[in-house]
Design a protein. Structure first.
Length: 364
């Protein structure tokens, strides 16, 4: 099988592909084609070939680079498949590597799409990519029911496969008794209540709302805020420059491949994506936090609704609702019994998305 992805960072879609490769791939036969990027797929257990793609500061230039990258990908696939089986499937991760899908369709190969997105802009690009999916796919895989319903894709072979936590991270979560550590009276007296968000540095991901929320607690040293950025230092600095100064109680950290220590030091994890600009089709960081028994607050739309379920629906709050967010943080910080109960609910709910279910569903 040939696996194809575009931008390799540490966000959800390449991490899910890494799990797919762990389940399906054969190190002696399979291949991963991915654009450059210092992300999670650099540690994939199969050979990698990089193809051209560069992000530019100007959106129009990035679009041109993207289109060139797909032409490059098509040509590269033609070269690397010369001595490979003609019936070898192509696994396309996200809608963006459409060059691979067109190649598969052109040469009569099975094309399996694993889609992770809804909010593709501009709309003309979204319509174009959806049309390519419809034209070329042998099977379309969605990560949530919400995502499936919200796309305009009509296909006879569709599956909804909920993401799972990477097996190694799941094992570490099992070893962590987060609720007991955070809720012990002696611990709370020493440690601040740590509010964590993992995000790319984009307005639509709710970063401005995170900073505004932190300002509400800037004079209270019982609260600390941490933003783990899924970007390189240069991109982070460029994004923050017009926002300076950021709240004094916010620490910005670089994201690493080892997420366990990040979740272990968190008291609550936020997802503040703007529902009118970026709908989370799943929300992998939410699920990962819950596996570590960390309470989460997420938007009341999209995949997070399916992850949290009915028992945790009061923690579905829009990032624009500053009063509601502030109230929930205070409630969790001040009511230890309530915090412990929510932690256990989160852990129990996360177990419904266990690795074995994902591995079974992902089989081809």
């Amino acid at each position: 099988m040939i696996f194809v992805h575009l931008f390799n960072d540490r966000s959800g879609s390449p991490r899910v592909l890494s799990s797919v490769i762990e389940v399906l791939a054969d190190a002696e036969r399979d291949l991963l084609l991915v654009a450059h990027g210092d992300g999670i797929l650099e540690s994939a257990l199969i050979p990698r070939i990089h193809y051209r793609y560069r992000r530019r500061n100007i959106r129009g230039l990035t679009l041109i680079e993207y289109l060139i990258s797909q032409l490059s990908l098509f040509v590269l696939l033609f070269k690397v498949t010369r001595n490979r089986p003609n019936d070898e499937p192509i696994y396309v991760n996200t809608a963006y590597p459409f060059g691979a899908a067109l190649f598969g369709k052109w040469f009569g190969r099975e094309v399996i799409y694993h889609l992770h997105e809804i909010s593709i802009t501009p709309p003309v690009l979204r319509r174009f990519l959806w049309s390519i999916v419809t034209l070329t796919a042998s099977e379309v895989r969605f990560v949530s029911e919400h995502q499936r319903k919200c796309t305009d894709i009509e296909h006879e072979n569709v599956k909804v496969i909920y993401n799972a936590i990477a097996r190694e991270l799941s094992d570490k979560a099992t070893e962590t008794i987060h609720a007991e550590r955070v809720c012990a009276t002696s611990t709370i007296a020493v440690e601040p209540f740590r509010v964590l968000m993992l995000s790319t540095m984009r307005d639509y991901k709710g970063v401005p709302e995170f900073f505004e929320l932190a300002r509400q607690f800037e004079s209270d040293d019982q609260y600390a805020f941490e933003l783990v950025a899924n970007d390189d230092r240069e991109s982070v600095a460029r994004y923050l420059s017009p926002m300076m100064p950021i709240p004094s109680n916010v620490v910005i950290s670089e994201r690493s491949d080892d997420l366990a220590p990040i979740y272990e030091r968190a008291s609550v994890v936020l997802n503040l994506s703007r529902y009118n600009e970026w709908v989370e089709t799943f929300g992998l960081t939410i699920l990962e936090a819950m596996a570590f028994s960390v309470p989460v607050i997420a938007p009341p739309v999209g995949g997070p609704v399916e992850i949290l379920g009915a028992d945790l629906k009061e923690f579905l709050v829009h990032g624009y609702d500053l009063e509601g967010l502030t109230g929930l943080l205070k409630e969790l910080r001040e009511d230890q019994q309530r915090y412990s109960h929510v932690s256990k609910l989160c852990r129990s709910r996360a177990q419904e998305f266990e690795w074995s279910r994902f591995a079974s569903a992902i089989q081809i």
